[in-house]
Design a protein around this ligand. Structure first.
Ligand code: MEV
Length: 318
């Protein structure tokens, strides 16, 4: 029996993180230069129902049923079994690897879930469309992150730039002119659940102030959508800077992220902001042909690693 594999890209949020949890729009794009991969192969000598899971990144090699019931990897497999109400599945070995640092804002948990859902359902002969994959991954995101907006599972399952509003049909974004984003890793793990819960606590204490900030982030995101679609990406720089300042105001930045955002602008980026949950993780910077030069400067200023990603349309049928 052949092995079944699936890969999923990472993602960055260009505009609108956190405000998206409160109904404002956000823009996210896939990042294909970093991937999570799952491989499922039959175990000929295994008993029916026996599933072995190997995740070398976290030094895990164990039978699935020995993992905690809410363990990320176990939940991703069991959601497929439960969704189809299967009594038993053929014995198999599942390997999962990810190039993304966990808790770094790149959507590693959604990319891992989606790779597992896709590879395991293919192994079982079940065909799931992108929408269904996204819905299942959203259920898993709720286990890991509490009250996610759904943007990570949407952009990673569809693998295209999206303009997203919680609970509303999302739009694929047409990129009028390709542009470059430098993704810069602070080396400090973020914590999306903690960041989202912290914002919620502070919003409950000062609802008017926070609602004003969310709505300003929403306006920036809406304006950014039009600029991206009409092909004037250089204009996004100052908007990224303002979005970052608003994220600082709601308490999800950190001294290290602020330092990298300033260093990116000093090195010649057109604008920069944190991306994703914050409190650590990555910043993103809008760059032109000087991406390598800016990247070198940021590494000298303490960045742990950088990735350059083009933001462009991706039209293909899987
Ligand atoms: C996480 O990638 C983005 C947040 O807005 C949370 C969410 O949308 O679920 C911080």
């Amino acid at each position: 029996m052949p092995a079944f594999s699936a890969t999923s890209p990472g993602k960055i949020i260009l505009f609108g993180e956190h405000a998206v949890v409160y109904g404002e729009p956000a823009i996210a794009v896939p990042v294909f230069s970093t991937q999570a991969k799952a491989i499922v192969s039959a175990r000929v000598q295994g008993k029916p129902g026996e599933i072995w899971i190997e995740a070398p990144d976290i030094s895990l090699s164990a039978p699935l049923d020995q993992l905690d019931i809410n363990h990320h990897l176990r939940a991703a497999i069991e959601i497929v079994i439960d969704d189809k109400d299967l009594d038993q599945v053929p014995s198999c070995k599942i390997q999962i690897t990810s190039e993304m640092p966990p808790s770094s804002g790149l959507g590693s948990s959604a990319a891992i879930s989606i790779s597992l859902i896709r590879a395991f359902s293919a192994f079982l002969g079940i065909r799931l469309n992108d929408e269904k994959v996204s819905d299942l991954a959203y259920e898993l995101e709720k286990i890991h992150h509490g009250t996610p907006s759904g943007i990570d599972n949407t952009v990673i399952s569809h693998q295209k730039p999206v303009y997203y509003r919680k609970g509303k049909p999302f739009d694929f974004l047409e990129i009028g002119k390709e542009f470059l984003v430098l993704i810069v890793y602070s080396g400090i793990p973020g914590n999306t659940r903690e960041a989202v819960e912290g914002v919620r606590d502070r919003w409950q204490n000062e609802p008017d102030r926070y609602n004003r900030i969310f709505s300003r982030i929403g306006e920036i995101t809406q304006a950014a959508k039009e600029i991206i679609e009409t092909g004037n990406p250089d204009q996004l720089g100052p908007m990224m800077n303002e979005n970052h300042e608003l994220l600082q105001e709601i308490g999800v930045s950190s001294p290290e992220l602020d330092h990298l955002v300033s260093a990116a602008s000093e090195a010649g980026a057109l604008g920069a902001k944190l991306s994703g949950g914050g409190l650590g993780g990555h910043i993103i910077a809008l760059v032109k042909s000087d991406a390598d030069h800016i990247s070198g400067k940021l590494i000298k200023k303490g960045a742990v690693s950088t990735l350059i990603t083009p933001v462009k349309n991706r039209d293909f049928n899987r």
